[in-house]
Ligand binder design. Sequence first.
Ligand SMILES: NC(=O)c1ccc[n+]([C@@H]2O[C@H](COP(=O)([O-])OP(=O)(O)OC[C@H]3O[C@@H](n4cnc5c(N)ncnc54)[C@H](OP(=O)(O)O)[C@@H]3O)[C@@H](O)[C@H]2O)c1
Length: 332
Amino acid sequence: MKAVIIRKHGGPEVLSYEEIPDPVPKKGHALVKVNYCAVNHLDIWVRNGIPGKTVSFPHILGCDVSGTLIEGFGGLKKDDKVIIYPAVDSNVARVSFGIIGGFGRYEGGYAEIIQIPKKNIIKKPSWFSDQEAASINISYLTAWNMLEKSRCKKDDIVLIWGANSGVGSAAILLAKAKGLKTIAIASDKNKVEFAKKLGADFVIDRNAKDVTSEVLKFTDQVGVDIVIDHVGAQTWPTSLEVLKVKGRMIACGTTTGGEAVVNIRSFYSKEAQIIGAYLGSKSQLVALHKFMKLKKIKPIIDSIFDLKDAKLAQQKMEKSNQFGKILLQVSS
Ligand SMILES: NC(=O)c1ccc[n+]([C@@H]2O[C@H](COP(=O)([O-])OP(=O)(O)OC[C@H]3O[C@@H](n4cnc5c(N)ncnc54)[C@H](OP(=O)(O)O)[C@@H]3O)[C@@H](O)[C@H]2O)c1
């Protein structure tokens, strides 16, 4: 099969499009022909490498897959369109689970065929296209989980960083559909316009205005109920600062680094909470599908690249030039 593999960590140049042997199915696993695989920031972490995290080379990236079942099992038939729930058993202590194509034992979806535990395979909901079905399993599921963990209720005010990102754009759509008031953060005029089109109630260009003072002005100095933070070190101090009394910051990412300096006194004196979110469960993914159907939400797709152009797709993400999800077309 054709696949994009990495033989070592490094920049986009380590992505190599090659012919490699097809996977041989193991007990309890099934083979899926990959139709589309979304690019996620995890792919870039794994490609670059993170100290203390290991993969065995050669390795195939890609955690967000829609495809076609090669052989039926259980209630599923050969040629059924399917999506893959990306969490697999963890081989690391005190980590909830591994993710396919991530820092674990499972190869990912930058390949014509993926091998996956049967329990991870879900029939593709009819209301999503193959492209849409490959856009939901990481960013949308994580945003959904973050909102659920925030214990949000109608009319709560939520601040969402990185409006153009996979997680950020998903969080804006889902938060609006849940009846929340959304403050979105963007970094230029086009990204501000994009956030407004997604339905954000108030958008702050972080390169033109001070985020803290704008948020406090918008909330009459009260602060926000919830912050969705996937950016990490550079945004944590502001995220905690703008929380109201008993506010909740939900964190899922470290795009700008994993070690933040925060004001601990301000944090405890308003009895705020920091809550971690890691992907979401398979049952949450199924509930999310139904919610998106009910609310007529379609995932926002920025662009589609051929598998062989994975390098270009990742470079686009690294420059943060995307508006929503970037996909790789593997076959269709
Ligand atoms: N825990 C989980 O289960 C989970 C699941 C999904 C994703 N994640 C993590 O969440 C993060 C986002 O993932 P993604 O796929 O949505 O990434 P992405 O599409 O590449 O988006 C990255 C975003 O970060 C923003 N950003 C970068 N530097 C910033 C700064 N200094 N201040 C404010 N915003 C900044 C960018 O906004 P600008 O363009 O405006 O700079 C962009 O919107 C990644 O770290 C990813 O690993 C975690």
